[in-house]
Design a protein around this ligand. Structure first.
Ligand code: FAD
Length: 419
């Protein structure tokens, strides 16, 4: 089945350096688990599988570009807000933060502020604060003045109230991904740089993955290809992973402040800002949702209307900060009809799993959960059902796509399935 002459490019990623070497096909011709996609989700998965005490398995991590991250992970500003009105997502986020704080330089606990600009917003923040506390998170309503003192360059002094999450922060998604790959590799995981073109099946079970460098036989295959996930989903259930365009900008470089400001979000206006240290970043969901098919990277062409979206967002920042775009981009990520990821097995194909539409915020927790599923361990039924990739069975794709787009302007709201 294989040509042992076929070269694979096997890339090794260090924390700060990348290098690659040629490797022959022989060492990767057959494996137990093939993970397709080496973004933060696939890389975390390779790490947790390799760390598992049950692991005696040969694991291969396949990505078309290991030396440079071409997916969403390479462009995410990395906001991690643990509280979500979906209990499932909150639990995954809490687990994720626990893991990211173990990664050297992986997570900066700068905190997060949500700002209410009107009475409606105040009610919402009060209720979010109560729910977050019930979920065991540190959450506190603070005065507008207090919020200004925490982030004077980002918060105006004419707001109503703010909600402060002291345990939230910024994930360095590229560093975390490198770390997970490096650790996985040291535990024997093979990294293969190739394009996966097809998942082969026989008699209702996976056989392996056809790649541009040859066939990789595998007993279990996991699709973790982010915004490209549907390209490999040739099976009988709808997989509504809808790639959308999203504007983000970096402001002018300035001397870093003594202490980094917390993340700031204006939930009523779908706007958020980050202190990157030497510059500020600004993003907005306040525009007509745009379905955007990714090409080679998760960066799309700039959309003219996005200039208006970002200048509107800039109105929330104090004038003295003079936030203007030094660089702006259209980053692509995935939406789903219920704003929940698709994680778990594909019932009609034995050995086939997926983990897609997963945010950086939930990646490590999700990867741990899927590792348990792969090992046949029992997982919480509420979580399994909420994330089940087959939950849209019987629905038509046109409606599911529209529902996914509708969710874009309400990105933090979810409708999870009840057990
Ligand atoms: C502008 C922007 C802002 C964001 N902000 C945040 C944020 O603040 N907080 C947050 O939690 N999330 C944020 N996200 C979302 C987050 O980045 C993604 O949800 C997350 O990175 C997805 O990770 P992934 O590993 O699933 O996908 P990706 O990072 O896209 O990785 C998929 C990988 O699969 C590979 N691949 C695809 N197809 C194939 C194939 N056929 N063969 C081989 N390899 C293949 C790609 O090369 C890629 O490396 C943001 C995203 C963007 C774009």
């Amino acid at each position: 089945m294989y040509s042992t002459q076929t070269p694979f490019s096997v890339c090794f990623r260090g924390l700060d350096t990348h290098y690659s070497q040629q490797h022959t096909m022989e060492s990767t011709q057959a494996c137990d688990i093939a993970i397709i996609g080496g973004g933060i989700v696939g890389s975390a998965l390779s790490y947790f599988i390799s760390q598992s005490t049950q692991n005696d398995k040969k694991v291969v991590l396949i990505d078309r570009s290991l030396s440079t991250l071409k997916g969403s992970t390479g462009h995410a500003p990395g906001f991690v807000g643990q509280f979500n009105e979906s209990e499932v997502l909150t639990r995954l986020a809490i687990e994720t933060v626990k893991e990211y704080t173990k990664v050297p330089g992986g997570f900066d606990v700068v905190g997060g502020l949500e700002i209410a600009t009107s009475c409606d917003g105040v009610d919402r923040l009060r209720s979010r604060c109560e729910m977050a506390k019930r979920a065991g998170l540190a959450a506190e309503l603070i005065s507008s003045e207090h919020a200004v003192s925490m982030a004077p360059d980002l918060v105006k002094d004419d707001n109503q109230i703010a909600l402060y999450f002291s345990g939230d922060g910024a994930a360095n998604a590229i560093r975390i991904t490198s770390f997970y790959q490096e650790q996985a590799q040291s535990q024997g995981v093979k990294l293969v740089e190739a394009d996966a073109t097809e998942i082969r099946q026989a008699n209702g079970c996976v056989e392996g993955v056809m790649t541009t460098s040859g066939f990789i036989q595998a007993k279990q295959v996991i699709i973790a290809t982010g915004v490209w996930a549907t390209e490999l989903c040739k099976f009988d259930i709808p997989i509504p992973i809808v790639p959308v365009a999203h504007p983000y900008m970096y402001g002018e470089i300035h001397t870093p402040r003594l202490r980094k400001a917390p993340w700031v979000r204006w939930p009523q206006h779908h706007v958020y800002a980050r202190d990157h240290g030497g510059f500020y970043g600004l993003g907005s969901y306040d525009h007509e949702p745009v379905l955007y098919q990714p090409k080679a990277t998760a960066i799309g062409d700039w959309i003219e209307n996005f200039d208006g979206t970002l200048s509107h967002a800039a109105q929330f920042i104090p004038e003295e900060t003079q936030i203007v775009p030094r660089e702006k981009f259209n980053g692509i990520f995935s939406m789903t009809p219920d704003n929940m990821p698709l994680v778990g097995n594909i019932p009609s194909v034995g050995g086939l799993y997926m983990a897609a539409a997963v945010w950086v915020t939930h990646a490590a927790g999700t990867a741990k959960l899927l590792t348990q599923m792969l090992e046949g361990q029992a997982v919480d039924e509420t979580i399994r059902r909420a994330l089940d990739p087959s939950r849209f069975q019987g629905r038509d794709m046109a409606t599911l796509t529209q529902e996914s787009l509708n969710g874009y302007n309400n990105i933090y709201k979810t409708e999870e399935q009840k057990a």
